[in-house]
Design a binder for this molecule. Structure first.
Ligand code: NAD
Length: 387
């Protein structure tokens, strides 16, 4: 140490601790039947008598009376706070509005969990509310969309959009419980059902070859059955299990190379372009197809596998569009994701159906060629009416 630098009065205290994460994801039906206590169970089984319940406005339309009756029958003083979902409402304004509601309806810090009933927008936003209210209070997720069921509501990521950046504000905050009930899909609009299929397809392409084959054989029937039949149940179970197998060992994203990011590199910018009107899962499907083309161009994916993936997307009648596919915009998205992944692209690409690798050197030329291929393919094969 050179002269003049203070050598005394130096000391380091070490703080090292670990916090266990523990929650259950439970499949239950008839959640609003007065005798069903699934919604009221708390971790210590000593729940208080009040609940702040944030409900998607569409869920309120379809199930509002049943929800109110449920809490009344169980002598719970429940405050139902509702808002319209959709990406534009995953906003600071809605976040503050929920906080205002919470401020006007005091709940106990530990034994009166906030309950979120809705799609990914509601569970993401409520999770963030719960993690910031009093520095963290428990919350329960009840996903009502396919997207929420297989993805958004079962992990620990919460968030809202900020300044047109997706999920720019958020936290890692585990729910106390997740209640899965696929009967909610009976009222889910068709477009939103397909939106969730996009995330299932993601796992099928890079991780689950059997799931991919099942989708080829039965995907359409399941969609027509609103995912209420036994094959759909199998698909849902495999999807949740497959997703959890990726999430659980890496809950806090210590490892930034994540296969579940397949389809989540170029999609972020597409999804945030209001004029494109793309849902999250729709943008993910387009991103996956572009990624598959890049993988094929690099000889990572065979032409028959590429064709199989494109055929499945067509046969499931997933919504596609070439609008907004400007290579510059896609590159901006890639650069933004690169910051998110700590300076390295770490883009998952398929190497055949059921396997993947990560690449770190995608450039403008790759993206431009992929867009040209995709647009030509769309022109030759895709009709917006699904024919
Ligand atoms: N946290 C995560 O790890 C994670 C993972 C995947 C997606 N997400 C987020 O999820 C969001 C998308 O979620 P989403 O697709 O569920 O969208 P959403 O929450 O906007 O819901 C879609 C639409 O369906 C309606 N709805 C919901 N349930 C219904 C039902 N049962 N019957 C009738 N209508 C119903 C809603 O009102 C809305 O209009 C995105 O913001 C995405 O970033 C988060």
């Amino acid at each position: 140490m050179g002269p003049g630098i203070l050598t005394g009065f130096q000391k380091t205290w070490q703080v090292r601790t670990e916090r266990p994460v523990s929650y259950d994801i439970v499949c239950r039906h008839d959640l609003f039947h007065p005798d069903n206590d699934a919604l009221l169970v708390t971790q210590d089984n000593r729940g208080g008598s009040r609940r702040f319940v944030v409900v998607d406005s569409q869920i309120l339309v379809h199930y509002g009376a049943a929800i109110e009756n449920y809490f009344k029958a169980n002598n719970i003083d429940a405050c139902l706070h509702s808002f319209d979902a959709g990406e534009s409402n995953k906003s600071v304004e809605q976040y503050l509005a929920v906080l205002e509601g919470l401020d006007a309806f005091p709940i106990n810090r530990r034994n009166e969990p906030i309950i979120a009933i809705g799609g990914g927008v509601v569970t993401d936003l409520v999770g963030f509310v719960a993690s910031s209210w009093r520095r963290g209070v428990p919350h329960i997720n009840v996903p009502t969309t396919l997207m929420g069921y297989v993805d958004a509501a079962i992990g620990v990521k919460t968030g809202i959009n900020f300044k047109h950046h997706k999920n720019r504000l958020g936290s890692f905050s585990a729910p106390e419980r997740v209640l899965l009930d696929h009967t909610f899909f009976q009222t889910l609009p068709h477009r939103h059902l397909l939106n969730g299929v996009g995330e299932i397809l993601k796992l099928a392409i890079v991780k689950e070859p059997e799931l991919f084959s099942t989708l080829e054989r039965h995907g359409n029937d399941c969609i027509n059955a609103q995912f209420q039949d036994s094959t759909s149940w199998e698909i849902l179970s495999v999807s949740v299990e497959s997703m959890l197998a990726e999430l659980i060992p890496n809950l806090f994203e210590t490892e930034l190379a994540r296969v579940v990011d397949f389809g989540h590199t170029f999609s972020t910018a597409l999804e945030m372009q209001d004029d494109l009107d793309l849902l999250h899962g729709e943008a993910v499907v387009i991103d996956m197809l572009l990624s598959c083309i890049i993988a094929w161009q690099r000889s990572l994916l065979s032409r028959p596998d590429l064709d199989r993936i494109f055929s499945l997307v067509l046969s499931l009648k997933l919504r596609l569009s070439s609008q907004g596919l400007h290579p510059d915009l896609l590159m901006q998205s890639l650069i933004e994701r690169q910051h998110h992944r700590n300076g390295v692209q770490r883009v998952p690409l398929p190497m055949g159906i059921g396997s993947y690798c990560f690449v770190a050197n995608i450039g403008l030329n790759d993206v431009t060629q992929a867009v040209i291929f995709f647009k030509e393919w769309l022109q030759d094969n895709y009709h917006e009416d699904g024919s």
